[in-house]
Design a protein around this ligand. Sequence first.
Ligand SMILES: Nc1ncnc2c1ncn2[C@@H]1O[C@H](COP(=O)(O)OP(=O)(O)O)[C@@H](O)[C@H]1O
Ligand SMILES: [Mg+2]
Length: 304
Amino acid sequence: MTTTAAIRVADLSKDYRGTRAVDSVSFDVPHGSITGFLGPNGAGKSTTLRMLVGLTEPTGGSATVLGRRYTELLNPGRRVGVLLDASAQHSGRTGLEILRLGAMMMGLPDRRAEEMIEKVGLSKAESRRRTGTYSLGMRQRLGVAHALLGDPKVLILDEPANGLDPAGIHWMRTLLKEFADDGGSVLLSSHLLHEIEVVADDLVVIGRGRIVARGSKNDLLAGSGVYVRSTDDEGLAAGMRAVGVGFTDHPDGGFTVGAEAEHIANIAAAAGITLRELRADDEAGLEQLFLRLTADDAREDVKS
Ligand SMILES: Nc1ncnc2c1ncn2[C@@H]1O[C@H](COP(=O)(O)OP(=O)(O)O)[C@@H](O)[C@H]1O
Ligand SMILES: [Mg+2]
């Protein structure tokens, strides 16, 4: 089935001792594209990804990869490559040993390990060092090699650019683009907008456990933000989503939308919704939204 999304997250929630770390999160990752999962530290990205791959039990909701729950996939490494925590590798083993073990468990030949070492730009000598001596950047490369071992169709990567130098970030972007150009689907998280905006086709922005924006990157980054408020904001949101218009929640209610005012008016009219306000908003846009999210978080840190 290629019509359904590669990854589908439906209404996922997670409570930790009474606090809601993830709150009704829903989004799709389409086939053959890269979705950036963006949010400040503590927003709920890792928890969402851990629920997606069955490492954390959700309080509510569900998620599927290639149409099934991750834990129900047969030989999942051959279908989905996962990198959640690059430092989780056994520090006493060499990079090559870790990959050979992975290859063995997936029923792949030994040489696949060497090929992946080469693909991620680790040298032969580096691959024969214990990973306890690796820099974070080298661990990320090894983690990506591990994720790619089984030639999967889907990649799920949590902050893979952490610890990479600019050349490493460039390398990662090229690799992910090639992967998606070959029909693969990628979900990668980051707490830095600029790290992800070059490579992503779609963006899902999370703040304090909730999705605050999602849509195509071009729509979300569209400079000409329009502010809209209506008698039925939920209905308007559904209407905009249905036609693929990107928008973000505005702190005063209503939305900031990356589309022409006339287009928004037409969507509202088609849904029988009356607009209360519709105007250009120069303070709008993803950058501003992200700054607000990050600032909220920084204030929270000072308090606690
Ligand atoms: N195992 C856990 N027990 C309790 N709280 C947790 C646990 N894991 C994450 N949290 C909390 O859930 C929230 C989201 O964390 P996380 O998903 O790691 O965010 P992100 O990856 O976006 O930085 C944070 O407030 C974090 O402290
Ligand atoms: Mg995280």
